[in-house]
Design a protein around this ligand. Sequence first.
Ligand code: CU
Length: 159
Amino acid sequence: MHTRSFAALALGLAALNLAACGEQPAEVEQAPEGVAGLTVENARLILPAVSGNPAAVYFDITYDGDVDATLSAVAVEGAANTMMHQYGEKDLKVQMIPLDPVPLTKGAQLSFEPGGKHVMAMGVSEELTAGAKTEVTLIMGSGDKTTVMADVKGAGEDR
Ligand SMILES: [Cu+2]
């Protein structure tokens, strides 16, 4: 019993690690066109002013799928791991707090944008420089994914 639960824990950790690295397990089948009804536009990654700090990722989402979906994670190629954040009050201060999975129903339109919902990308590769492009993958609770190309921008550029 003890061994089994340890194995389950180890498996869970392995899955977490995979998700954190943005790697896509080969055995998960996905439609080549991505998540049905999901459109992701204007994706961009803003490099930190200070090298080593997290980068921010923003994009605009339109959802026109017939089946309700949930955006549960966003992976960024070239980042060690990511978190979805929003701004909210914590300890009597407005600061970044973890963003819960985002429900997407038909007709939904929302933006990850400066001052609002955003993705923090930690451990950004030095290969991501202003003017480059990288892949951003939106991962649904169902496991379906949509990958788009994001422009990499310097800290001083328009967001
Ligand atoms: Cu943040």
